[in-house]
Write a protein that binds this ligand. Structure first.
Ligand code: AMP
Ligand code: MG
Length: 401
């Protein structure tokens, strides 16, 4: 049995980054950039108006008030998207709209709500408030300077970052290719849901929960179904999956029983086992090996063991393949509402959920087959061997996503 940290560093040590590809920005959500990106233009691109109102010279309105408005001559109209060629001089103003370029000569925008039309004298406006120089102006480059770094290699293209890149005019972006991940479940007792169950059979559930977790880590999934417990059948399934995938994730068949064939099948298929058995609960029988330089993640069959090892050992590997700078699970600190005790010799990953008050509590039966409590959980709290964590203590909660 080896410690999780040792297992993780051995898994990550052999990961080869995938090639990069240049794709339309609109298809790049969730991808990882492979080289730094610099802003080709400043943001905002030019000085512009913060609101609908009048562009003017602040010195002209330094005595303006509601009881004694300042009257200015209106030179014209600047809707957003136009480039007004004129110049604002003493005693003059221009009608302007949000986002329109600040005209030459003007150094302030007074919002429409602080002005009144002058019905007796069309073509003029009454200004009801003083304005300081540069009030109502959004300056070129105040948000992002031209040439500044807007993404580093390994950054994920989140919705917010995609918005920034679109505003900067990026039509395409260079990102890591997505890993193609094959998955199959092993077990003679397993039946695909939706079909009738015979005595002794159970519905197969691991692919249903592993697939979205792997997809969220960037994988394009290839599903090879359920494979019967047998050395040849398992080796054939591994060969088929490795032929078309960058990595393969299996569940079941990695324990010590006579019906556990994944490890010998990897060797029969021409691969080599690198490590087996990690000192965590659930998830101890985790196996990892290689075939043609590609990774096999042999997850335990018990559903919670499969999910925990997927989060802690497979997800980081897929992220590393894509060059991601952060490969660990997302985590938040929270106060424990219930004490957690581990009297065993392996680190225990306890399923917890957030309460309405923002604390976390243990949820459901804490056993490796128990999907009921797992389904309620938001994440995991690691409890070291022979340790009690008290209610009120602060802990790191590893989030499922
Ligand atoms: P194994 O690791 O193959 O010995 O499986 C351990 C336990 O997990 C057994 O109770 C299996 O029936 C169960 N199990 C294995 N694979 C799955 C699966 N894909 N879905 C649900 N339960 C499974
Ligand atoms: Mg089995």
């Amino acid at each position: 049995m080896i410690e999780l940290e040792e297992a993780l560093s051995r898994v990550l040590a052999g990961i080869v980054p995938l090639a990069s590809e240049t794709i339309p920005l609109r298809q790049a959500a969730g991808r990882f950039v492979t080289a730094p990106l610099l802003a080709p233009i400043p943001l905002p691109p030019f000085d512009n108006s913060m609101f609908d109102g009048y562009a003017l010279r602040s010195a002209d309105v330094c005595h303006a008030s509601r009881s004694n408005p300042t009257r200015l001559k209106i030179l014209g109209d600047i809707p957003a998207g136009t480039d007004w060629p004129g110049r604002v001089d003493v005693g003059e103003a221009v009608r302007i709209f949000t986002g329109a370029p600040l005209p030459e000569g003007a150094d302030a925008i007074v919002m429409q709500e602080d002005t009144l039309p002058e019905p007796s004298e069309p073509g003029t406006v009454r200004i009801l408030e003083v304005s300081k120089p540069w009030e109502g102006v959004r300056f070129a480059g105040e948000d992002v300077k031209a040439g500044s770094e807007v993404a580093k290699a390994g950054d994920k293209l989140t919705a917010a970052r995609l918005g920034l890149l679109a505003a900067l005019g990026f039509g395409v972006v260079t990102v890591s290719r997505k890993p193609i991940v094959g998955i199959f479940s092993t077990g003679d007792e397993l039946v695909t849901s939706g079909r009738p169950l015979r005595p002794g059979q159970i519905y197969e559930s691991n692919r249903a929960c592993l697939t979205p977790l792997l997809e969220a880590a960037g994988a394009t999934m290839r599903d090879f179904g359920i494979v019967r417990d047998g050395l040849e059948a398992t080796a054939a399934a591994l060969k088929e999956a490795f032929a078309e995938c960058d990595a393969v994730v299996t569940s079941g068949g990695v324990s010590v029983g006579e019906h556990d064939h994944v490890k010998p099948a990897l060797e029969l298929a021409g691969g080599r086992l690198d490590l087996w058995r990690v000192a965590i609960k659930p998830g101890k029988p985790f196996a990892f090996g290689k075939l043609d330089g590609k990774c096999l993640f042999g997850l335990p069959g018990n559903p919670i063991s499969a999910m925990v090892t997927c989060l802690l050992l497979v997800r980081p590997a897929l992220l590393r393949m894509q060059g991601a700078s952060a490969t660990g699970p997302k985590s938040v600190r929270a106060e424990l509402a219930t004490p957690l005790e581990n009297d065993g010799n392996r680190r225990h990953y306890v399923r917890v959920r957030f309460t309405a008050s923002g604390t976390v509590e243990q949820c459901g039966l804490q056993a490796s087959h128990a999907l009921g409590g797992f389904a309620l959980s938001d994440g995991l709290v690691a409890v070291p061997p022979a340790t009690k964590i008290n209610a009120g203590d602060r802990v790191d909660v590893l989030l499922w996503d």
